[in-house]
Design a protein around this ligand. Structure first.
Ligand SMILES: [Zn+2]
Ligand SMILES: [Zn+2]
Ligand SMILES: [Zn+2]
Length: 357
């Protein structure tokens, strides 16, 4: 059996917009959840290697693969793969719904059009990106790039979110190493804020805000975790969570899907290193990471859509260890209380996070 990975399958699948909060939510009812399912969910253990549908040899237990790296030329949906992408069996959004937009009283609604895919990162159940060799991390990044290119070719898609949940506390329901992609027919609120802010900064100054931030952090140094020359890892000045990190290319690039193989290889090393530092310093903490990218040129509903973003937006990967839970103040105000300063976090990750350190 192949349970959903944080997605769902059911009768209702809608995006609803709340103008009061200026926020989209996905309402996706799955297998008619009852109150007790939410209580039980907290102690549920993910399946072990022997019964895992993502392990090599269990390919027929997942939906048919969409993409895979098979250096031995093996045929789809059998063993022989290094990285494998399959549809999420219980998708939060799906392609068979029309992305029609309509008003519902003061709210807006779109049928739950989109895509939800799982990147199975390795045939090995116990593999971990934090310990993997650079080529293994690079293969995962290739999968992100290839699937994003396919998703962005659909003019109804406005945004593609790549993300990884590590451990149950960060939302992973399956232990086998995997990432996910969800394509949405709207720009999520977080990205809309980043797109607008960077576009305004660019229109005013003809500079990229993230390039400005990066130059400042390099000059100051206190929040730099590692500078690889072409990529930089830093603890953001206003980090909302302990050991929150930002990975970004040192040169200005807006669109992750345009990155070449050499850049992917360099990023793979940086990402593997960074996950290794966190694993050593914080004993394999739960974390989420997510990629924020500008749309590829020519994507979207019309010419000139977000036309400033190639200059204004700078793709980056945000990495957030899940070391605490939000309380009433955080939920009420969206102001996180972070009990580790980013300066302290950067210093510890520079020193204590060193290999053999
Ligand atoms: Zn497995
Ligand atoms: Zn930039
Ligand atoms: Zn961002």
């Amino acid at each position: 059996m192949y349970p959903g990975i944080g997605g769902s399958e059911g009768k209702l699948r809608e995006l609803r917009h709340d103008p009061l909060r200026r926020r989209w939510v996905i309402v996706s009812t799955e297998r008619s959840r009852r109150p007790s399912d939410y209580l039980g969910g907290r102690d549920r253990e993910p399946p072990l290697a022997g019964e895992c549908f993502f392990c090599a040899g269990h390919e027929e237990e997942t939906p048919a693969e969409l993409w895979a790296l098979r250096p031995d030329g093996s045929s789809p949906d059998g063993p022989g793969w290094q990285v494998r992408v399959v549809p999420n069996k219980y998708p939060a959004l799906r392609r068979d719904l029309r992305p029609a937009r309509r008003a519902e009283g003061p709210w807006d609604m779109i049928e739950g059009y989109g895509a939800h895919e799982v990147v199975v990162e390795s045939p090995d159940h116990g593999a971990d990106l934090a310990d993997a060799e650079t080529p293994a991390v690079q293969r995962v990044l290739f999968a992100y790039r290839e699937r994003m290119r396919v998703m962005y070719a659909d003019p109804a898609v406005r945004y593609v979110q790549v993300f990884r949940n590590h451990r149950v506390e960060a939302g992973a329901s399956v232990r086998h190493p995997h990432s996910q992609l969800i394509a949405t027919p709207i720009i999520p609120e977080t990205l809309e804020a980043e797109y607008h802010t960077t576009a305004n900064h660019y229109l005013l100054k003809e500079r990229c805000l993230l390039c400005d931030m990066l130059a400042y952090e390099r000059a100051v140094g206190r929040r730099l975790v590692a500078d690889y020359g072409d990529f930089v890892v830093l603890a953001p000045y206003a980090s909302g969570a302990p050991y929150e990190l930002l990975i970004l290319p040192a040169l200005h690039h807006s669109d992750f899907t345009a990155a070449d193989d050499a850049a992917m290889s360099r990023l793979a090393r940086v990402l593997g290193d960074t996950l290794g530092r966190l694993k050593r310093l914080l004993s394999d903490p739960p974390y989420n990471y997510f990629l924020h990218t500008g749309p590829p040129p020519g994507s979207g509903p019309r010419p000139g859509y977000w036309e400033h973003l190639p200059h204004a937006f700078h793709w980056h990967l945000e990495l957030v260890p899940r070391l605490g839970v939000w309380g009433g103040f955080e939920w009420g105000t969206a102001i996180p209380i972070n009990q580790t300063s980013p300066e302290e976090a950067a210093e510890q990750l520079r020193e204590g996070g060193k290999e053999n350190g």
